[in-house]
Unconditional design. Structure first.
Length: 246
């Protein structure tokens, strides 16, 4: 049994490492850019006599999910052919991508909290009112910080896997039908946005934090289920895709 499982483990590990490499490189560029923007915006606005309300990152729809989505597309395009040719399966590819996305998502989640706290400190230093970070959880408690990190981990994992599914959809159904398939393939992304109350799909819920332990648990479980659904969809779509080594 151990011998039979070993090739699967090796294939999962290879896919996980490649995904982590892509995602963490994207994290460096994304968070440096957004960190500068979030910190500089209130300083520039204050310098010219304006009043910023905060939430620069949140008001943009918590855009970290979109680099993750792009990484999912890139990894699926780059790895599917070589992964299968090397003896891996589509299941091991999706499993490896999912595991790597959780690791990378954890980094994104921590940086989301750091950015929110840094923005609050800038506004306090300018003696300007600050609305507070968006999302389901406030960042003024350890519980809120931990819950935000976990929720954003599931958000990133979901969007990476949705990216994999979207690439598979175009490869499987072609340009026209693949474009039509994008809408249902985005369903896990919609669900994880609503559960975490972040992102463009949850903008109407952004200013309604979860106050109860039960509500927080429902949000986290909902985000986890969205990530699991994204993995199932990605695997189902890739099953019928003919890999190309080029």
């Amino acid at each position: 049994m151990t011998h039979d499982r070993s090739p699967h483990r090796r294939a999962v590990t290879a896919a996980r490492r490649r995904l982590e490499s892509y995602l963490l490189k994207a994290a460096v560029w994304f968070w440096v850019g957004w960190g500068l923007l979030v910190i500089a915006t209130p300083l520039v606005v204050d310098r010219w006599g304006g009043v910023a309300d905060g939430l620069t990152y949140d008001a943009a729809g918590s855009p970290a999910r979109w680099p993750a989505f792009a990484v999912g597309i890139i990894v699926a395009a780059a790895l599917l052919g070589t992964h299968v040719a090397a003896g891996g399966t589509r299941r091991s590819l999706v499993e490896g991508v999912a595991r790597g996305a959780v690791v990378g998502g954890l980094v994104f989640g921590v940086l989301t909290v750091v950015l929110g706290i840094a923005e609050e400190q800038v506004f306090e230093g300018l003696d300007r009112p600050y609305q507070g970070a968006g999302g389901a959880f406030a960042l003024d408690t350890v519980t809120g910080v931990a819950a935000t990190v976990v929720a954003q981990t599931f958000v990133i994992a979901t969007y990476v896997l949705v990216g994999v599914a979207v690439h598979g959809g175009y490869r499987r159904w072609g340009a026209w039908r693949g474009t039509l398939a994008v809408v249902p393939l985005l369903l896990p992304a919609v669900l994880v946005d609503l559960a975490s109350r972040t992102g463009i799909f949850a903008i109407p819920l952004r200013d309604e934090p979860v106050d109860s332990v039960l509500g927080a648990a429902v949000s986290l479980v909902g985000a986890l289920l969205a990530a699991l659904l994204a993995a199932v969809v990605a695997h189902h779509v890739l099953r019928a895709v003919r890999p190309r080594l080029t």
